[in-house]
Design a protein around this ligand. Sequence first.
Ligand SMILES: C[S@@+](CC[C@H](N)C(=O)[O-])C[C@H]1O[C@@H](n2cnc3c(N)ncnc32)[C@H](O)[C@@H]1O
Length: 231
Amino acid sequence: MLGRTDLEASTCWDFPTQSDGHPRAGDASFNGVTPARCAGNLVRRYSRPGQLVIDPMSGSGTIGDVARALGRRAISFDLVPRRRELIRADARAWPIPNGIAALAVIDSPYSDNIAYGNDPRCLGRISCRDPRFYEEMRRVAIEAQRVLFPGGILAWIIADEYRGGVYTPAGFRLMDVLSETFEPIDTIVLVRHHDRSASPMWEHRARRFNFYLRGFKFLFILRKPVGELGG
Ligand SMILES: C[S@@+](CC[C@H](N)C(=O)[O-])C[C@H]1O[C@@H](n2cnc3c(N)ncnc32)[C@H](O)[C@@H]1O
């Protein structure tokens, strides 16, 4: 355990920058990029060197970059691949055989607030107020269930939404969906930094109109059951 003293020990993860600890992972300027040290903690806790890590919504590729740097095999794909080595595929149909991955890390859209591209299959076109959002995310989770080996880990990052005076607890709703087929292990609070709303103007509005700016994302960690039902 001595070599693991830089792993997060609590359920609150707060990294100063996107590239902290992994300066060449992903692209810090990509809208919605995953903190590299978050990926590093997941990869080190839930996979061993040589095992397979999947990122089906890879964006700028942070999770695959970190996994490979840590000696794992990685497959990264996205509807809109931003780099040549990323595969174009839909997260509801993974181009991967059954039961071979140790870990899947998914940093999904959490509503229709960011335009990731023009492809009508983009899940970032569906509002988290719409029940269809959770139905489509269930299809992604079913693919994770198929591709992970029994005991494999699904890690999923999502945030709630406050928009137009309406709060939508997208995190809790997604966790309900994921818990149908996975065993919850824990929930991490991932502190958000440098969002566009983190400005004096938005802070003033939040106080004046009595709402809260989003200060964190959820990171849900779940296990594919081992045994008869889990396959
Ligand atoms: C929050 S970003 C991922 C950020 C990424 N982890 C990074 O570090 O750059 C969400 C990604 O989901 C992708 N996406 C949305 N719908 C998708 C779908 N149906 N299949 C695959 N990728 C999808 C978007 O193109 C976007 O790149």
